[in-house]
Structures are given as C-alpha cells and as structure tokens.
Design a protein around this ligand. Structure first.
Ligand SMILES: Cc1cc2nc3c(=O)[nH]c(=O)nc-3n(C[C@H](O)[C@H](O)[C@H](O)COP(=O)(O)OP(=O)(O)OC[C@H]3O[C@@H](n4cnc5c(N)ncnc54)[C@H](O)[C@@H]3O)c2cc1C
Length: 161
C-alpha cells in the first residue's frame, strides 16, 4: 500500500512524510504504538489532492488534529495518519475565517487581540479548531457549533465544498 501511494503521490509531496512514527509523540495521553506512515500535507490544497489519491486507491486513513482526544492501541496504526495543516486566521469585520488545523488556544488569543468576543467560554479546551468542530466541543452554555456560520469542507473524494 505504502509503495503504490509513494509512486502515485508521496514523492512529489511538499509537506512531510515520516515512517514508523510513535503515536505517543503526537497524542496528549502519550500512549500507543507506531503510525506506519505519517503524512503532513503542506496546505489544504495538498490535503485535498492527497485525500483524492487515497480515495481513488481505496486506501483508508486516519485524520489527526492535535491528538488531544485519541487513544492509540499499542499495536499501532496500519492506516496512513494524516495531520491537518495549520492554516490561517483571517478577519472580515466581526467574523473570522480559520483553518481547521489552527489550535483553539491560538484562535482565542488572536480574537482577544482583535477585540472579538464570543468564544471565551471555550478557553482552555485543547486541540485544533477542526477537532473541536468534529466533536462540537463546548463548555458551560456554549458549544462551538453555535459560533460557526459556515464551513468549507474537503470531501473524501478530495473535492472542496
Ligand atoms: C484536558 C482536556 C480538557 C478538555 N475539555 C473539554 C471541554 O471542556 N469541553 C469539550 O467539549 N471538550 C473538552 N475536551 C475534549 C476536546 O474537545 C478534544 O480533545 C479536542 O477538541 C480534540 O481536538 P484535536 O485537534 O486534538 O483532535 P484529535 O484528538 O487529533 O482528533 C479527535 C477526533 O477528531 C477527528 N478530527 C480532528 N481534526 C479533524 C478535522 N479537521 N476534520 C475531521 N476530523 C477531525 C480525528 O480524526 C478524531 O476522530 C478536553 C480534552 C482534554 C484533553
């Protein structure tokens, strides 16, 4: 599997490719065996291309945010693990557009610097914005889903919507 993937895509990948990576280095609980293949696409364009290749090849994979909510088995992970690229934070008036791989702590800090409120109850929740949205993270009266007005997604086919 890794060989055919390497032929098709990985050689030209701008982001990082690592083999035999201990998942304890990538998860908050610091447990778990090795990921056979860790893929770090450089940006969302490369992520979309990678997902498209995996989809066409019928190769299942795991998505990794900051690894704060993952328990990895000691046997490790056979599927490729794809780390979501960080992305940017952009402001349009009272709203921000933020990449899925941006850490929640950074988003909150930048919003505070810009004088934008609304996410304060979520302060202290670790992980990435994408991970928080995936689990609809919440604290007190606020769930992150209530603060999301639109989502750009990459479909398993690699198409963006
Ligand atoms: C100390 C601590 C305190 C916490 N407090 C709270 C709390 O108060 N309230 C609360 O709701 N939660 C809380 N959590 C849980 C927290 O919300 C999750 O750990 C966090 O949102 C996971 O984000 P992550 O980037 O680390 O995701 P990961 O742990 O890397 O992944 C978690 C899951 O999300 C998927 N995923 C990650 N990113 C994406 C993406 N971009 N697209 C699609 N799928 C994705 C992964 O495949 C995986 O299935 C806490 C966790 C910890 C460790």
């Amino acid at each position: 599997m890794a060989n055919s993937l390497r032929e098709k895509f990985l050689r030209g990948m701008r982001g990082g490719v690592r083999e035999g990576v201990p998942m304890r280095e990538l998860t908050s609980f610091r447990i778990g065996g090795e990921a056979g293949l860790l893929l770090r696409p450089a940006d969302k364009g490369e992520l979309a291309t990678l997902l498209g290749v995996l989809h066409r090849e019928g190769i299942p994979y795991w998505i990794l945010g900051q690894g704060t909510n993952l328990l990895v088995p000691d046997e490790g992970l056979r599927r490729p693990v794809i780390e979501v690229p960080a992305g940017t934070i952009r402001r349009q008036g009272r709203w921000v557009t933020v990449g899925a791989g941006v850490k929640m702590a950074r988003l909150l800090k930048v919003c505070a610097q810009w004088g934008l409120g609304g996410l304060e109850p979520l302060a202290g929740i670790p992980g990435t914005v994408g991970g928080a949205i995936r689990g609809n993270a919440g604290s007190g009266p606020v769930e992150i889903g209530e603060r999301v007005v639109s989502l750009g997604v990459i479909l398993p086919s690699g198409r963006r919507r």
